[in-house]
Design a binder for this molecule. Structure first.
Ligand code: UD1
Length: 441
């Protein structure tokens, strides 16, 4: 039996939704636990499939991992197994993040090439080049990254592109290297800041978290810690788009709204009223002056009329996240006017447009660009989720379609969204999980 979601369109999403820890943070923090002998505790972890998969990877390296609700407890031994080639490695992208900690702790690592979403080519050249500059020999052999070093030393590393994964791996190797490492053109994502915060709590000496230049002064050893995972900005943005698309009114709790500054500004341009408790976001057209600081973990998105077309360009943080691109296309498909969406990170993410066209979207692509002419109403059809975010984009589109849309291959969505159907239902959407065989056209 194959599971699918049955989405009956037409409902406005209204209410409040709680968002827990970020998938793209917790998996790296679990890898960071390898850096210190002893027991590390992570709280606010999402109950998604990727967490037990990552736990399997850590167990194969010698750790004891217990998952109890939203708490993950990892006990790391003094002697780690340096071979990460279990079956779970190929099921998620973040598994590659054990490379940095393993080379840091064991001075050698054999790490199976990772899996994860099929969103385009995902090379590891920047990960390997960074480790080479720290003094490790690194090559691909029989489907594994094989790295070895007599000892790691600090280095000046310039990344060709602010890659999230490469920044994380180099950072986690450099914290235990001899001397100072400077990573230039480093990724600035909030999940990188979260990793730096945890490494600092463990005794790591890191400066510049959240900027393009990370300076890491190597230490001899790190201590285990307890750390709360930051809220998932991508899941938070999902509910924001859902509110805007269904002309709803949704309060999102558990996410720092400043991690979504640009996203919320784009939704405001599409006609949404976006508020953060204690202060409104910048008024229309106001680019002069940043919003006042707030430690709020909450925001509200209300949309009264049909959204207006807005252009989106995906870029590394603080640009518009590529993970949100399917939601941008879903919004554009029902907006008034024509939107141009430019994808600069993962070329295959546009594959999902074929599924959107099944739902009546008027969209075409030309290289990195998609042109979407908004229609008043989409029409239901069976569609297939190609990856996590695109799967959710199809559900959002289904909420705005006449009739009942079936979204298949929902195991992708389960990899990244805890309690997805329950949260949808609580907000008033008619979304059900069903077991049945598909009738593919
Ligand atoms: C992470 C996120 C993913 C998100 C992406 C960009 C996780 C588990 N996944 O993926 O959800 O969409 O960041 O925000 O955290 N590249 C190279 N060589 C390398 C590494 C990357 O060319 O060695 C390229 C990639 O092909 C891509 C770009 O750099 O075009 C960005 O990739 P990167 O930031 O590394 O993404 P991931 O860490 O894989």
């Amino acid at each position: 039996m194959t599971e699918h979601f049955r989405v009956h369109g037409g409902a406005r999403l209204v209410g409040a939704v709680d968002v827990v820890g970020a998938k793209n943070s917790v998996l790296k923090l679990m890898a960071a636990a390898l850096l210190a002998e002893g027991t590390t505790t992570l709280t606010n972890c999402p109950r998604i499939l990727d967490v037990p998969l990552m736990a399997d990877v850590l167990r194969s390296l010698g750790c004891v991992v217990e998952i109890d609700g939203d708490t993950v407890v990892i006990t790391t031994p003094g002697e780690l197994n340096h071979r990460a080639d279990s079956a779970s490695m190929g099921k998620l992208r973040a598994s590659v993040c054990v490379l940095g900690p393993l080379i840091g702790r064991c001075k050698r690592a054999v790490v199976a090439l990772p899996g994860g979403d099929a969103i385009g080519s995902r090379p590891l050249d920047m990960h390997q080049n960074g480790l080479r500059q720290l003094g490790a020999h690194s090559e691909i052999d029989h489907g594994c990254v094989v790295a070895e070093a007599k000892g790691l030393h600090g280095a000046q590393i310039w990344l060709d592109f602010p890659s999230v994964g490469a920044t994380e791996n180099i950072l986690m190797a450099a914290v235990l290297a001899n001397g100072t490492t400077v990573i230039d053109n480093a990724a600035r994502e909030p999940e990188i800041v979260d990793l730096c915060t945890m490494l600092q709590q463990m005794g790591g000496k890191i400066e510049g978290a959240g900027t393009s230049t990370l300076t890491v002064h190597g230490v001899d050893s790190l201590q285990p810690t307890e750390h709360r995972v930051i809220g998932d900005r991508i899941v938070g943005a999902t509910w924001a788009f859902a509110a805007a698309m269904t002309r709803g009114d949704v309060t999102v709790r558990g996410v720092d709204p400043h991690h979504l500054d640009l996203v919320l500004e784009k939704l405001r341009m599409a006609g949404a009223d976006v508020t953060v408790p204690s202060h409104p976001l910048r008024p229309a057209g106001g680019r002069d002056g940043a919003p006042p600081p707030t430690d709020s973990q909450e925001f509200r998105v209300r949309q009264a009329d049909r959204p207006t077309a807005v252009d989106f360009v995906t870029l590394p943080y603080p640009g518009f996240a590529t993970d949100l691109q399917p939601f941008a296309i879903a919004l554009a498909s029902i907006a008034e006017g024509t939107s141009m969406i430019t994808e600069n990170l993962f070329e295959a993410r546009f594959r999902f447009i074929e599924e959107m066209v099944r739902l009546g979207a008027d969209a075409r692509t030309d290289g990195h660009h998609a042109v979407v002419r908004g229609v008043e109403r989409l029409s239901s059809a069976p569609v297939w989720a190609p990856d996590i975010r695109a799967g959710v984009g199809l559900v959002l589109a289904g909420l705005c379609a006449e009739g009942t849309t079936e979204v298949w291959d929902v195991f992708h969505i389960d990899r990244g969204y805890p309690l997805f159907v329950e949260n949808m239902t609580n907000l008033g959407a008619d979304v059900r999980r069903v077991n049945a065989e598909p009738e593919r056209a």
